[in-house]
Write a new protein. Structure first.
Length: 407
């Protein structure tokens, strides 16, 4: 009788394991996955899975749960609730796999909305849950978000601490170290791209040397974004536009956040190629996808490179959001200069801002104001304003003397 009972328990566990794995056939659709998990829950009888281990990279290595599970514009709040319900069962069956992922989703949503205080509290909560359960993917995502928040607050120490947390996350899972190392490269690459420091971006990301051999399939879009961002900073607009259009044609961009970023990248390319009308259309489409969920902060960092297109469209078509957007944008741009200058002050002469230094370097290379404006996707008037400030700060009156100061 005891042997029969033992066999029955074993069979129930095996059926539970199969049902648990079967839930992934619906990934990332949370309602369908949860429905299957509820069937699996009773079969485990309080035991943990022997197939899915807690130290495996959660979410197939993607540390942006908002990117993965936000599938329908305007439904982010319901999706947050659905992820919480799903993980409540899933983490219990897998001894903590993915713990904190639902909190990280809410933190990322709050951040993209510009609710920075809420985002910070939730990010620390997600980091605590992740570290307590050795969930490196969730910790990487939380640390990345804390670095973004530190940028918004112009908090240099906070930014550096967040980067150290990313490195610590890599040490959790020796079996999957290559995967977590790659994800750390991606998140750190994003941060340094944002601050305009290409030297700190991993070479494999710069060169686009990624495949399913060294990263998991769900990580490819994140790696692609860093690679495309690198091309953007190199001013390779035609090449970048072609790649983005090919990615869209292949159906690799489905989630709203990916669609938003693709549209923004295409808008920047069209501006760089002199087609402001197409750039405006892409920007409008990005806003149409983002605004039903209030994802306004995402555009603050791109306002300058989009040469005021975002500001103009929001003012004309969404005037009720304009004042809030401008507040967020001004805070971002001020904090960007503070943090960039603090992090890379050894690279900047005198008291130039990072943007002034960028303009000055191009001027020294012999580029005309119109060429600098085209390269940086700004107006010639903006270039003249920056150069006037540079000349004053470096106490020079012509470009030849400027070269001496910068060398």
């Amino acid at each position: 009788h005891e042997m029969l009972e033992a066999d029955g328990n074993e069979n129930a566990q095996l059926l539970g394991e199969w049902t648990l794995l079967h839930s992934y056939r619906s990934f990332p659709h949370l309602a369908a996955m949860t429905e299957v998990l509820e069937q699996a829950e009773g079969l485990f009888a309080g035991k943990y899975s022997r197939v899915i281990f807690p130290d495996a990279p959660w979410c197939f290595g993607d540390c942006y749960p908002f990117h993965v599970f936000h599938l329908i514009p305007g439904e982010s709040e319901h999706e947050a609730d659905a992820l919480e319900r799903y993980l409540k069962i899933y983490a219990k069956l897998t001894n903590g796999h993915g713990r904190g992922g639902d909190v990280l989703f809410r933190a990322q949503l709050a951040f993209y909305r510009g609710d920075i205080s809420d985002a910070e509290v939730l990010a620390y909560k997600a980091a605590y849950l992740a570290e307590s359960n050795k969930q490196s993917v969730v910790l990487l995502g939380a640390a990345y978000l804390l670095a973004e928040i530190a940028l918004y607050k112009a908090d240099t120490a906070g930014w550096q601490n967040a980067v150290h947390s990313m490195e610590r996350a890599v040490s959790f899972e020796w079996k999957y170290n290559s995967i977590t190392r790659a994800m750390a490269d991606i998140t750190i690459g994003n941060l340094f791209f944002e601050l305009g420091n290409q030297a700190k971006i991993a070479r494999w990301l710069k060169n686009g040397e990624f495949s399913e051999g060294n990263i998991l399939p769900f990580m490819i879009n994140n790696a692609l974004f860093v690679h495309l961002s690198y091309l953007l900073q190199q001013g390779e607009y035609v090449k970048l536009l072609g790649k983005v259009q090919a990615i869209l044609a292949e159906g690799l961009v489905r989630e709203p956040l990916s669609q938003i970023l693709a549209e923004i990248n295409m808008a920047i390319c069209y501006l760089g190629m002199g087609d402001r009308e197409k750039a405006a259309a892409c920007t409008e489409h990005a806003l149409e996808i983002a605004l039903p969920d209030g994802l306004m902060y995402l555009f603050a960092g791109y306002s300058l490179i989009l040469d005021g297109l975002v500001d103009q469209i929001i003012q004309e078509k969404h005037p009720q959001l304009y004042e809030r957007f401008m507040d967020v944008k001004r805070r971002f741009e001020t904090s960007w200069d503070v943090l960039h200058n603090a992090m890379f002050r050894n690279e900047l002469p005198s008291n130039l801002t990072a943007r002034e230094y960028e303009v000055a370097k191009l001027a020294v290379k012999g580029l005309k104001n119109s060429e600098i404006a085209e390269r940086l996707i700004v107006t010639e008037n903006t270039v003249r304003t920056h150069l006037h400030s540079v000349f004053q700060k470096l106490e020079v009156d012509r470009r030849t003397k400027l070269a001496e100061k910068l060398l």
